[in-house]
Ligand binder design. Structure first.
Ligand SMILES: *Cc1c(COP(=O)(O)O)cnc(C)c1O
Length: 424
């Protein structure tokens, strides 16, 4: 299998090269050159790790990572991803990993790939304002071959998030950047452009990396297989959406022939996607802050991949719809969760639950992207009680946290990186 750029101005590459570079040299995003078709019956009765090998084998074919797929899948899919019933649908719980958000799946899969590509030393730099940084750190802490640097905006994260971005040790360095998330991203781009890489070859791990998206197709494939077997119908998926990575993976699973109905792109008040579907004109804008902050994206980068999959708007509208959910609705949905359904939703999942309640009926699966315990500041006042913390998260919250404050410049990063190394 080869991967080509969405801009089609760069030569196609194999999987290892696509994941090591993240972005194609022409500035486009890598996509598979063809879509293998999967017979859903083959998935029945398979464990998640076995299903991952089946779904992903065609994408690894011919690459130097081909023989490693089993080990990579075993490491990435090491926690349960249950599909649990709701009275009016079902919920796919993606939050049972070490950092309690769906990003654990992609981060652990990418980590497994990076450790096995044969490069002796790598540095992974992540600019993050939330769940990606902690998922990548958890996936690579203790690695002998990959060093990790986390850049997060000092004022742009909640207390709980800051802790989860700063509680890492050994080969993971945490930097609180005196600036915004955009400053962090700019610093990352400067490092990439300038060939900076600590002691190793520099790679990024943001959500445009193909090795994060591919494993996300697996849980959609498995859930669609299980649901269609039980209910005799292809379910719709309601996906809390920011950068459109998770929803793109769902569309890819559908393109591979799996029984998936419509993909509902549920956003917070950042309505770039909704406006595009309504008008056909793509108008990215600056992000607005909302309670579902991991979805505060005004220019979703994976839109390039969606448009590549659906060059014609009418085709896209056949498979996709969008729902916009306000902060007031997020609050109501969280507050009503315990009495109405016996469940505590996090602010991101709450957007999809609200979309389900607004639309009603049919065969619908809510995609639960994070555990409520990651967002106690928002959730606890609304449910008037404490959220039960998942055991894995408890261990992380009990760790000491330490981040080095830096100015948003490459010199500052380089200096702090070196003095961190000496301090070990
Ligand atoms: C990242 C994230 C999202 C948005 O996912 P995208 O792939 O960027 O669309 C939704 N919910 C949570 C909890 C997240 O961390």
């Amino acid at each position: 299998m080869r991967f080509r750029s969405t801009r089609r101005q760069a030569p196609p590459v194999g999987l290892s090269d696509a994941l090591a570079h993240g972005l194609a040299p022409d500035g486009g995003l890598y996509v598979p050159t063809r879509w293998p078709q999967l017979d859903v019956r083959l998935l029945r009765g398979l464990a998640l790790q076995e299903a991952a090998c089946l779904v992903l084998a065609p994408f690894f074919a011919g690459d130097r990572l081909e023989r490693e797929l089993g080990a990579i899948a075993e490491r990435a899919f090491s926690f349960p991803i249950p599909l649990s019933p709701l009275e009016d649908g079902a919920v796919l719980e993606l939050f049972h990993g070490p950092t309690a958000a769906f990003k654990d799946v992609g981060a652990r899969f990418l980590a497994g790939c990076l450790e096995r590509t044969g490069v002796s030393r790598r540095t992974v730099l992540v600019a993050t304002s939330g769940d990606t940084g902690s998922a990548v750190a958890a996936a690579l802490e203790g690695s002998q071959r990959v060093d990790v640097g986390i850049l997060f905006p000092i004022a742009g994260v909640s207390r709980a998030q800051r802790h989860l971005l700063s509680c890492w040790r050994d080969n993971v360095r945490c930097f609180a950047v005196r600036g915004t998330f955009d400053d962090c991203q700019r610093l990352l781009k400067t490092a990439l452009a300038g060939g900076w890489g600590g002691e190793g070859e520099l790679t990024t791990a943001n959500s445009i990396n193909i090795a994060r998206l591919l494993p996300q197709t697996v849980y959609y494939a498995v859930a669609a297989s299980r649901y269609s077997e039980e209910h005799g119908a292809a379910p719709d998926f309601l996906v809390p959406t920011g950068n459109l990575g998770n929803a793109t993976a769902c569309l890819w699973a559908k393109r591979m022939g799996l029984p998936i109905g419509r993909v509902v792109l549920v956003t917070n008040e950042n309505r770039t996607i909704a406006d595009y579907l309504a008008t056909g004109s793509w108008r990215p804008r600056a992000p607005t802050r909302t309670l579902a902050n991991a979805m505060d994206v005004g220019d979703p980068s994976n839109m390039q991949r969606v448009l590549d999959l659906y060059p014609a708007l009418p085709d896209l509208l056949r498979d996709v719809e969008s729902v916009v959910v306000s902060d007031a609705e997020i609050r109501q949905t969280i507050a009503a969760g315990p009495a109405r359904r016996g469940r505590v939703w996090d602010p991101h999942t709450a957007t999809a639950v609200r979309a389900l309640e607004r639309q009603g009926g049919g065969h619908r699966i809510v995609v639960a992207t994070a555990h409520a315990a990651k967002f106690p500041d928002v959730v606890e006042p609304l449910i008037d009680g404490a959220v039960k913390v998942a055991p894995a998260l408890q261990a992380l919250l009990a760790r000491p946290a330490r981040a080095v404050e830096i100015e948003p410049g490459l010199d500052a990063l380089d200096h702090a990186w070196r003095s961190e190394a000496e301090g070990r």
